[in-house]
Ligand binder design. Structure first.
Ligand SMILES: *[C@@H]1O[C@H](CO)[C@@H](O)[C@H](O)[C@H]1NC(C)=O
Length: 372
């Protein structure tokens, strides 16, 4: 039996105590928060939202629990945009924290191009990895060490050579604290829905050796999933999944009509008449009214929307739905006082939490490494 002298092993005790894990809640595009849960396929159950994926070969590996269901909004991005993913210990940020520092392991970001964000299956083939960070023997740091330093904020630039279109973006963290000793590698992951506005046209042609099928790209025998993070002097850690793929123009199929109109986003835009947004829900304005029946009709409409806001909300908190409910009360009161002119102006501002720290740049520059 090997004696574990590594100080990391002490952390195992911490890991055992911590019930709180982590979940991806918020997408930032070019350092701007899109709002908690907006464009993110989050698990709906707040009690288990931060739990690891139960089985590394299950459908939940695709985009997490409830992740194969699309959400209504798709966030616009540009060529080379910096995407930042926020991971939280508490999905609604009621307490600070990103992930238990004992949850050592690698991270990666995968993409899948889809024609139709609302109907195409996230599950199956077509996934490829655009970024990864495993273990660096020089600094003796795991990706999770850096992620904790960066307050749970993980950034990646979209490769310049990606053609315009709709993509699922899937950040994953693999925690290995129980991997070797309990056969329990723990994935934490989720997906964001984005549209890439770019002058790069054509169909993306990902070489076979770079493609992954999810679920299926890993199982409990994959070397990176059985790895003992507590051994001394780790020289090399085999990051699971295919090698990073950085598309350039040579990976676009020919026959592109260079005069073709640039592709524009038509699906998943926040509606023009959206009065107020909460995650992937949008509050619609009431039509003007001036009599009793329509006044009460507007109140009913407002509360029905309020109910929908809460029902559709991922577990990021109901701050914004509560602001909408407060507006309904503002509609309600004049009706009771026989003041039937309305609706009153909507004045609340969407609550967007500040990031838990400085938004980092991409810390492991996989694009430069490729050119070395
Ligand atoms: C989310 O997933 C859970 C477990 O997989 C399931 O029981 C639940 O019905 C799903 N919820 C929604 C809103 O799809």
């Amino acid at each position: 039996m090997k004696a574990y002298t590594n100080a990391r092993l002490l952390m195992l005790g911490l890991a055992a105590l911590a019930n709180a894990h982590t979940t991806f809640t918020t997408l930032y595009v070019d350092r701007k928060s899109q709002g908690d849960g907006t464009c993110v396929r989050m698990p709906y159950d707040g009690e288990t939202a931060t739990f690891p994926i139960k089985s590394v070969v299950s459908e939940d590996m695709v985009c997490g629990r409830n992740g194969t269901e699309p959400v209504p909004f798709v966030c616009p991005t540009k060529k080379g945009s910096l995407l930042t993913f926020e991971f939280r210990l508490w999905p609604d940020a009621q307490k600070p924290g990103s992930i238990d520092p004992g949850h050592l392991g690698p991270c990666a970001v995968y993409l899948k191009k889809v024609d139709n964000m609302l109907t195409d299956s996230a599950s199956g083939d077509g996934w490829f990895k655009i970024w990864e960070d495993g273990y660096n023997p020089e600094t003796q740091k795991w990706c999770v060490d850096t992620l904790v330093e960066k307050n749970g904020l993980l950034s990646v630039n979209l490769p310049q050579g990606l053609p315009a279109g709709y993509y699922l973006v899937r950040p994953e963290i693999l925690a290995l604290h129980w991997a070797a000793h309990r056969n329990d590698p723990q994935y934490y992951l989720g997906c964001a829905q984005i549209f890439l506005d770019s002058d790069v046209k054509g169909a993306l042609d990902v070489p076979k050796e770079h493609l992954a099928t999810i679920p299926g790209y890993v199982d409990l025998d994959t070397p990176g999933l059985t790895f003992d993070v507590y051994q001394d002097d780790i020289e090399y850690y085999p990051i699971p999944g295919p090698k990073v793929f950085t598309p350039d123009n040579s990976h676009l199929s020919a026959n592109v009509d260079s005069k073709a109109e640039p592709m524009v986003q038509t699906v998943g835009l926040i509606p023009q008449d959206c009065l107020f947004k909460s995650a992937n829900w949008c509050g619609k304005p009431m039509a003007p009214y001036s009599d009793s029946a329509l006044c009460w009709e507007a109140v009913k409409n407002c509360y029905a929307q309020s109910k929908e806001c809460k029902k559709s909300s991922p577990p990021v908190g109901l701050k914004n739905c509560d602001l909408w409910s407060a507006y309904c009360e503002k509609l309600d009161k004049p009706c009771t006082q026989n003041l039937f002119e309305g609706p009153p102006a909507f004045e609340a501002k969407e609550v967007v939490l500040p990031p838990p720290g400085e938004l980092p740049a991409m810390w492991n520059n996989v694009f430069e490494k490729k050119e070395e």
